[in-house]
Design a protein around this ligand. Structure first.
Ligand SMILES: [Zn+2]
Length: 358
């Protein structure tokens, strides 16, 4: 059974170690991202804090094994010994990277424990670096060309820990503009984790996976949903996909999941830099509102994990998102509408994704 949400607050969490994952070349995934989102949240009177050391697991170096195979864990630890080094063309390991990645996992673990024990804030927001949703069981997931800036999968670890403690099913919703291929791979055969992923058309963006007809395999069949967003998608289509994905996910989870976990990337924001959607603060605000409403109505915790978002998305999209969660109005951006072509394309893909199981 899911614990009731005792405390209807939004708590953002950040650790100093998250700044120590540092590229030595020009790279979009850099510590300035944290400065940007921390300052955006402070404009909403939210001050990210570190968790107490007593809340964190004692042996963080054991955590990666809970969601990754030994071969991947060994590769990251070896890269850290050789640091600065590259795991692939996209993914760097600096001297502080392993500590940052293990602390991000430790925080993910601790937030799941707090939620399971009913001592969480209700709405938790982990400003993790490095991000995690591209890290699969054995590293680069589902045939992806790289780890996409990720080392270990934070949201997957929290999902596993919640299941361990509460049983039932957990719902993971990923609205980062890229497909959460690592998370999907880890749980593809597992009916206890319902995975809903919204992302830009895979034929136009890394990692190139996440098609509407991919729905899980074996006992996990029918527990993965991929909602594909055409290039140029605006706030209207984005919000429609969040709504459809949330409704589908709650039903697949059997009504009330043990937790709602969100892989929150803000790179669908217009001109954020790495993709081609036109979402503004409005789209993220509507996502925040819907997720918080479901969490309150069902009395289940909402745990949010930062994934991507590189420039304006972190500044304006993230502010819209927390305003939505907190029930504040959206006055940051003028909403964008999608063209008829975008709607048509989106509806075709959505119908395929939602068509009855075969
Ligand atoms: Zn992304």
């Amino acid at each position: 059974m899911a614990p009731s949400v005792g405390n209807d607050r939004l708590c953002p969490w950040v650790d100093r170690a998250f700044w120590r994952h540092q590229p030595w070349m020009d790279h979009p995934e850099n510590p300035r991202r944290l400065d940007t989102i921390v300052s955006a949240l402070s404009r909403e009177r939210l001050e990210p804090q570190p968790l107490g050391e007593d809340e964190l697991p004692h042996r963080p170096e054991e955590l990666p094994h809970l969601v990754h195979e030994a071969s991947h864990v060994r590769r990251v630890f070896e890269a850290a010994r050789r640091a600065p080094s590259l795991l692939d063309g996209d993914t760097y390991v600096s001297r502080g990277s392993l500590e940052a990645a293990l602390r991000a996992l430790a925080y993910s673990h601790a937030l799941a424990v707090r939620a399971a024990e009913g001592r969480g804030c209700g709405f938790e927001f982990l400003l993790a670096r490095p991000p995690g949703h591209h890290a699969g069981s054995r590293g680069a997931a589902m045939g992806a060309p790289s780890l996409g800036f990720c080392l270990f999968n934070n949201v997957a670890l929290a999902a596993r820990e919640l299941l361990e403690r509460l049983g039932g099913r957990v719902l993971v919703i990923d609205f980062d503009v890229h497909h959460g291929n690592g998370t999907q791979e880890i749980f593809y055969h597992d009916p206890r984790v319902v995975h809903v992923d919204l992302h830009q058309d895979p034929s136009t963006l890394y990692p190139g996976t996440g098609w509407p007809w991919d729905r899980g395999e074996g006992p996990g069949r029918g527990y993965s949903l991929n909602l594909v967003l055409p290039m140029g998608t605006g706030d209207d289509v984005f919000a429609d996909a969040v709504k459809a994905g949330l409704e589908w996910g709650l039903e697949a989870a059997g009504g009330a999941p043990s937790g709602i976990l969100v892989s929150a990337g803000f790179d669908a924001y217009v001109d954020d830099g790495l993709a081609g959607l036109r979402v503004t603060a409005e789209g993220f605000w509507r996502a925040g509102r819907m997720l918080a409403e479901a969490s309150r109505r069902l009395g289940v915790p909402l745990l949010v994990f930062l994934e991507g978002g590189y420039t304006r998305g972190l500044e304006r999209g993230a502010r819209g998102f927390v305003r939505g969660i907190l029930g504040r109005p959206q006055d940051i951006d003028k909403p964008t509408s999608s063209s008829r072509r975008v709607w048509e394309r989106y509806r075709e893909w959505k119908a395929t994704a939602l068509s009855p199981r075969v």
